[in-house]
Design a protein around this ligand. Sequence first.
Ligand code: ATP
Length: 210
Amino acid sequence: MKPLGLFGGTFDPIHNGHLRLAVEVLEAFGLESLSLLPNKAPPHRAQPLADAGQRLAMARLAVEGVPGLKVDDIELRRAGHSYTVDTLEAFAGEHPGRPLLFVMGMDSLLSFTSWHRWQRILELASLAVCCRPGHLLDPLALDTRLASCLGEGPVTGPGAIRALTTTELAISATDIRARIAQGQRLDFLVPQAVAQYIEAQGLYRTPAAS
Ligand code: ATP
C-alpha cells in the first residue's frame, strides 16, 4: 500500500514554496495523495494574521485541480493545541495498515527528539526529511536513535527516515505578508486563486508585528 503523505504548516498564507515541496514529495515517494494540514499556532508563538477559516480556504484554493494534493482540517477542528502525535494517531486509526509519511525540514529533524512523544510518532509514521540543495543530512549530527532509522528505498511502514533533496524556492509567508502591506504584487509567489482571495478578504494589508 502506498503511503499517505502529511505536511503540516501554518500556511499564513500558503505559497508556491509549500506547494512545490509537496509535489516533489509526492513524486519522490510515488504517493497517491499528500494532505496539507493547516495547524493552530502554539499559544507562545506569534499568532497567524489570517484566521483558521481563511487559512483553510486559501489552502483549499491552492490545491484545486492539482492531482494528489489535498487539504485536511483535522488540526483546526480539534480543541486546544494539536500535537503531531495526536494527528498521526487519528490518521492511523482512519487508515489502518496504510503507511503514513510525515514531511518535515532538516531543521525539524535536528530537534525532533524534543517533540512531544517523538518515539510514538515513529511507531505511527515514517519521516520524509526535505533538505535544501547542497545541504545533505549528516547522520553524525543526529541523535543515534534517529540515525539508525535512516535508509533508502520505498517506505512500507512506520519508523523509517528518508532524506530527499527538494527545490527550495526563496519564498516565505513572512515575505508575502510584507509585500502585501507594501502594496506589491504576488504573481508567481502564490497561486492566482490565493492572491485573489487575499485581495477580496483584505488580508495582510496592515504591516504585521509577526
Ligand atoms: P513564515 O514565514 O510565516 O514563518 P513559512 O513560509 O515558513 O511561514 P509555514 O507555514 O510556517 O510557512 O511552513 C510550513 C512548512 O513549510 C515548514 O516546514 C517550512 O519549513 C516549509 N517551508 C516554508 N517555506 C518553504 C519554501 N519556500 N520551500 C520549502 N519549504 C518551505
